[in-house]
Design a protein around this ligand. Structure first.
Ligand code: A3P
Length: 299
């Protein structure tokens, strides 16, 4: 593993309140540029709450569009450069808007974790296609906890008990999981260009989900190609692949935890105590009482 080489003066940032959403400055520094971002009609936005399988779907999309035409991309360009993270700004490391604007490929694949109300309006004006991925709250929380421990641009999560309470209170970066998944679900009811996917479905049958993605995107791919992609995006393959496992990025400390950690549905059972689970379930029922959106916590 490469040594971590952080820019001078780098430290874990404070949380801030931004438009009612918990954030830190790495995601708001370039807000004017983000807000004024000019989407193109063929842009594809990959939108998720953190830890829902963003990288997985990003890689699938990249292979669907560029797997055959640009093989050198697969060996030389990390996924976070192929599918830039729009709102991130870590000076000299990752500058999302600039990275998107430098893309020479069509379509441009763009990642965001923004809640639906903060998405730059040009995406809606241009009627861009959006792929949203949701993951059940319990596994998301567990994955996010380990991610905050190792990702130095996030605040130190403290212990699991502290983290879980903050997650339930919606005080994690990108705000409450509950509002995020529900906000995008509601948007889908009035904006038909959203394909709402679930991490659990992808684990259950990746090939089926790749096929559904192709239908949404209007791509006709031979069965053999879909199977090749499905194999290439398997957890074990992505974990070994330096271009998809984030090992080339300086802000993550792999000595604490790998980015490609477990990739399972139900790992929450190894973290939640019985009491925590009961409390979480009661709170969840209350938070999600007005939505038709359903998640699976096991498959
Ligand atoms: P875990 O921490 O539970 O392992 P994101 O890309 O949104 O940050 O999501 C990261 C989560 O997706 C991590 O979850 C990671 O292991 C999981 N993941 C990434 N690629 C995967 C794959 N091919 N199969 C299963 N899970 C995958």
């Amino acid at each position: 593993m490469e040594e971590i080489d952080l820019p001078p003066g780098f430290s874990r940032p404070e949380l801030i309140d931004f438009e009612g959403i918990t954030m830190n400055h790495y995601f708001t520094n370039s807000w004017e540029k983000v807000q004024n971002f000019q989407a193109r009609p063929d842009d594809i936005l990959v939108a998720t709450y953190p830890k829902a399988g963003t990288t997985w779907v990003s890689y699938i999309l990249d292979l669907l569009y560029f797997g055959n035409t640009a093989p050198e991309r697969q060996t030389s360009l990390p996924i976070y450069e192929r599918v830039p993270f729009l709102e991130i700004t870590i000076p000299k490391v990752l500058e999302g808007v600039e990275m998107v604007e430098k893309l020479t490929t069509t379509p441009r694949l763009i990642k965001t974790h923004l809640p639906v109300q903060l998405v730059p309006k040009s995406f809606w004006e241009q009627n861009c296609r959006v792929v949203y991925v949701g993951r059940n709250a319990k596994d998301t929380a567990v994955s996010y906890f380990h991610f905050e421990e190792m990702n130095l641009i996030h605040p130190d999560p403290g212990d699991w008990i502290n983290f879980l309470q903050m997650f339930m209170d919606g005080k994690k970066i990108f705000g409450p999981w509950y509002d995020h998944v529900c906000g995008w679900w509601e948007k889908k009811q009035t904006y038909s260009n959203i394909h709402y996917m679930f991490f659990e479905d992808m684990v259950e049958d990746t090939g089926r989900e790749v096929e559904h993605l192709c239908s949404f995107l209007g791509l006709s791919k031979a069965k053999e190609e879909r199977e090749r992609i499905t194999k290439g995006v398997h957890f074990d393959a992505m974990k070994e692949n330096k271009m998809t496992n984030y090992s080339t990025i300086p802000v993550m400390d792999f000595k604490i935890s790998p980015f490609m950690r477990k990739g399972k549905v139900g790992d929450w059972k190894n973290h939640f105590t019985v009491a925590q689970n009961e409390k979480f379930d009661r709170h969840y029922k209350w938070k999600m009482k007005n939505t038709t959106l359903q998640f699976r916590t096991e498959i």
